[in-house]
Design a binder for this molecule. Structure first.
Ligand code: NAI
Ligand code: MG
Length: 351
């Protein structure tokens, strides 16, 4: 099992260290190799995605990533910014399918800002397309018009095959769950997403056992807060999925609980927490490492087909929560507040 470990910057190194600790406790045949990305890549090689890092990631079976984007890099030109390294590695590895499960652990029902009866039992899988849409569309940029006014342009674009392959991922996952797919678009006003809807309907014909519904993104944002348990699998484009999955994370108590898997056409994947580099708490050993640890579990499941060990890790996380361990973001009265590294230790002990 060749794993490229890319901690990144901000809280990245702290949380990745915990996931590595958990992986090493599993007694697997692992080959872990570390390389810099994001701000760390810029520091090491003047590039948020150094060539050697990309090479390592391409040769590995899976990539475990922390987060990128410390504020101190905000003044760099765009192509040197940490986030550009992330967009590039996703594109280079062709990681078009981003799976973001939003699952509420019963122990955290009171950590959510929503009423327990609204969120208890929540188990949604958000399938976000990751290599197309307005984040990658051309033309893009800020230019000055003839009248001297500045104009910003980004282009929303999807072609049929890009929509088709993410549709297959979503329907395939739904078949193993509760057999419901809700496709989220804005087909009433955006032609790109009108095509999205047409292709979803076509692909659905190949999955007669799965029920397909459609929802406009503004309504989906509302329904996630009003009645989130109506959803099983949600499939959507890159930008809508980015926003809706962050929203969904709040149903689970904290963005620090939300893992993700980004997959290519085969078994290769990049696994990272859904959150960013949290510069406001970086370097303090207080971040929640569970999203990263749960991402490592997804790696065992999706890249290495090791359901037994994936479940072991997930159960260890559950046990640590049952035992009352909480990082600051999920702490509530009557539980014990622990540091990032102590949470990692608690999960290893539970294993
Ligand atoms: P963020 O996710 O880094 O932080 C949002 C809020 O959640 C902050 O208050 C932060 O302290 C908290 N938070 C995030 N992860 C946490 C954890 N594990 N434990 C406890 N609290 C946690 O998003 P924000 O502030 O919008 O972005 C910060 C930087 O991260 C930006 O430069 C942004 O571009 C970058 N970013 C990187 C991503 C990535 O590496 N995949 C994704 C999103 C943002
Ligand atoms: Mg985001």
């Amino acid at each position: 099992m060749k794993i490229a470990v890319l901690p990144g910057d901000g809280i990245g190194p702290e949380i990745v260290a915990q996931a590595v600790k958990v992986l090493k406790a599993l007694d697997l045949d692992l080959e872990l190799q570390e390389a810099p990305i994001g701000g760390a890549g810029y520091e090491a090689a003047g590039d948020p995605l150094p060539d050697a890092t990309l090479k390592l990631a391409k040769e590995a079976d899976a990539v475990l990533l922390g987060a990128v984007g410390d504020w101190k890099y905000d003044t760099l030109p765009r192509d040197k910014r940490p986030e550009r390294g992330l967009l590039r590695i996703r594109k280079e590895l062709n990681l078009f399918a981003n799976l973001r499960p939003a699952l509420l652990y019963p122990e955290l029902a009171s950590a959510s800002t929503l009423k327990p009866e609204v969120v208890s039992g929540l188990d949604i899988m958000i399938v976000r397309e990751l290599t197309g849409d307005i984040y990658f569309g051309q033309p893009r940029g800020i230019s000055t018009l003839d009248n001297g006014e500045r104009e910003g342009v980004n282009t929303m674009r999807y072609n049929e095959s890009e929509i088709r392959r993410i549709a297959h991922v979503a329907f395939g996952i739904a078949q193993k769950r509760n057999k419901k797919v809700c496709s989220v678009d804005k087909a009433n006003v955006l032609e790109t997403t009108e095509l999205w809807r047409q292709v979803m309907i076509e692909v659905a014909k190949e999955y007669p056992d799965v029920e397909l519904s459609h929802m406009y993104v503004d309504n989906a944002a509302m329904q996630l807060i009003r009645a989130p348990k109506q959803f099983d699998v949600m499939v959507t484009g890159n930008i809508f999925g980015d926003i809706l999955s962050d929203e969904a994370s709040m149903l689970t108590g904290s963005i620090g609980m939300l893992p993700s898997a980004s997959l290519d056409q085969g078994n290769k994947g990049m696994y990272e927490p859904s959150h960013g580099s949290a510069p406001d708490i970086a370097g303090q050993d207080v971040a929640n490492p569970l999203a990263t640890i749960l991402s490592a579990a997804m790696m065992l499941r999706y890249t290495f087909n090791d359901e037994a060990n994936a479940s072991r890790v997930e159960n260890a996380v559950k046990k640590a929560l049952e035992q009352g361990y909480r990082t600051a973001d999920i702490w509530t009265e009557g539980t014990s507040k622990v540091k990032c590294s102590e949470m990692g230790d608690a999960v290893v002990a539970a294993l």
